[in-house]
Structure formats: structure tokens, C-alpha cells
Design a binder for this molecule. Structure first.
Ligand code: PGA
Length: 250
């Protein structure tokens, strides 16, 4: 019922020569039964969209402002992303929560802007290592979910990415039990808040050191509908086996 989604977050990596990776991904996955999303840096969004036009590969942004326009030097709006051809945007990534002090309310306002612009929001949640050690994981994730998502969620406009902060870029993956526990919890919270129809239609991605050699196992966990991949999404060589593993799990 939920279409699987493989999403790549290039973070602050990539210049025009890396658009060749998008071409290679398009070539490799033309017949893929999953949805594919690549979120390159803002400077490459338009060029990436031009390459991916007419294909099943969506291009997205990595952030947008919580206001529609105005005096916000250096920021970009959801409308600007949509105008460049983006179809989605990652919001509330832990690197933005940590490095830019983004709070749940800000992420919620950004998500509302994304929806205004017709973008699918990939809203990120996840606990720090200290939270997990203190057995606060579900409280933290529950609070982020409640605070970061506006009321008008649907299966089409929202994707939730569970990314334990301690697993991002560290090579330390959450165990399958840990992933399953949190994904089941998120599903329950979404069903409770938005009703079972919407709650069951929102896709849940796992993120944090997903690699070609661990992807298939992760995709076997209940309520995992795909992955948000950082480092291993930068090249088609690494991302393609992850996409293939997701396709095989459908
Ligand atoms: P990683 O990043 O795959 O490099 O751990 C994931 C993310 O931050 O989305």
C-alpha cells in the first residue's frame, strides 16, 4: 500500500560535475518500483531537476525557510525550491536542529511552508546518544513528532525519517530491534493523531549509516518503508545497491 522510497541527502557535498551521478542513477533505476529522491545542495537543484525531468527520480531541497519571502539573507523559501523544479524538501534534520538551533516549532512552520508550495516534506526525528542512554528515546521522538508536524498531514505530503543522531555519519547503525521499536511507535503515534487511514499511508524512512551491505536487513524491519541516506547517496555506485535492495523488498 505504501510505495517504498529511497532518499539521498547530499548535505554540503557536490558541484556540477557530480550531476553525472544523477545521470547514472537515472540510467540504473529507470524500471525501479520504488520512489527515488535525491536532495543535492541548493546550487544544484535546478540543474538536477532539468536532468531528472520526465523520470521517476524526484529532486528535493535540504531545508527551506519558515516564512514565504522577505529579508532573510542567505535563506531560500519553499516556493523557490518548487520554482526550481523540486518536489520535496528535507526538514528538521538533526544537523539543522543542532547546528542552527532549529526547534520543533520552527520545523513545523517550515513544513507548513513546504506544503503551501506543494512540496512533500521529509520531516526528520531522532534521539541523541544521551537520550537513548537515559531511556528517553520514545519521549524525544514522540515530542518531535507532535511538535514538528502540522495538522494537515497526508500520505502524499509527509514522510517521516527516523534518524538516531548517534548513527548519522558514524558507521554505527541502530540495531534491527531498535529500528523496529521506534518505527512501530511512530506509526502508532501517526495513527492516533491523524487517524488510521492517514497514519498508515505516511512513509517512514530509517536513516543513519545505511550502506549497501546493511540495507537489505534494514528494509526487512516492520514499518520501514525506505531509507534516508547521506554518505552512501553521493555516488551511483553506492546508492544503486541500496535502491536495488529496496526494490527487492517490495
Ligand atoms: P549517513 O547520513 O547516511 O551519512 O549516516 C544520513 C542522514 O544524515 O540523512
Amino acid at each position: 500500500m505504501r510505495r517504498k522510497l529511497a532518499a539521498g541527502n547530499w548535505k554540503m557535498n557536490g558541484t556540477r560535475e557530480d550531476l553525472a551521478q544523477i545521470d547514472a542513477m537515472l540510467q540504473a533505476h529507470g524500471a525501479c518500483r520504488c520512489d527515488l529522491l535525491i536532495c543535492p545542495p541548493a546550487t544544484l537543484v535546478q540543474a538536477a531537476c532539468d536532468r531528472a525531468r520526465g523520470s521517476t527520480l524526484m529532486i528535493g531541497g535540504q531545508d527551506c525557510h519558515d516564512q514565504p519571502q522577505g529579508a532573510h539573507t542567505g535563506d531560500i523559501s519553499a516556493d523557490m525550491l518548487a520554482d526550481a523544479g523540486a518536489r520535496a524538501v528535507i526538514l528538521g534534520h538533526s544537523e539543522r536542529r543542532q547546528n542552527h538551533g532549529e526547534r520543533n516549532e520552527t520545523v513545523r512552520a517550515k513544513t507548513a511552508q513546504a506544503w503551501q508550495a506543494g512540496l512533500m516534506a521529509v520531516v526528520c526525528v531522532g534521539e541523541t546518544e544521551a537520550d537513548r542512554d537515559a531511556a528517553n528515546t520514545l519521549d524525544i521522538v514522540g515530542g518531535q513528532l507532535a511538535g514538528s508536524i502540522p495538522d494537515a498531514a497526508t500520505g502524499a505530503n509527509l514522510v517521516v525519517a527516523y534518524e538516531p543522531v548517534w548513527a548519522i555519519g558514524t558507521g554505527r547503525v541502530a540495531s534491527l530491534d531498535q529500528i523496529g521499536e521506534v518505527h512501530d511507535f511512530i506509526r502508532g503515534r501517526l495513527e492516533r493523531r491523524f487517524g488510521t487511514g492517514v497514519g498508515r499511508s505516511v512513509r517512514l524512512l530509517y536513516g543513519g549509516s545505511v550502506k549497501p551491505d546493511n540495507a537489505a536487513q534494514i528494509f526487512g524491519v516492520s514499518n520501514v518503508d525506505g531509507a534516508l541516506v547521506g554518505g552512501a547517496s553521493l555516488t551511483a555506485r553506492d546508492f544503486s545497491p541500496i535502491v536495488a535492495a529496496l526494490d527487492a523488498s517490495t
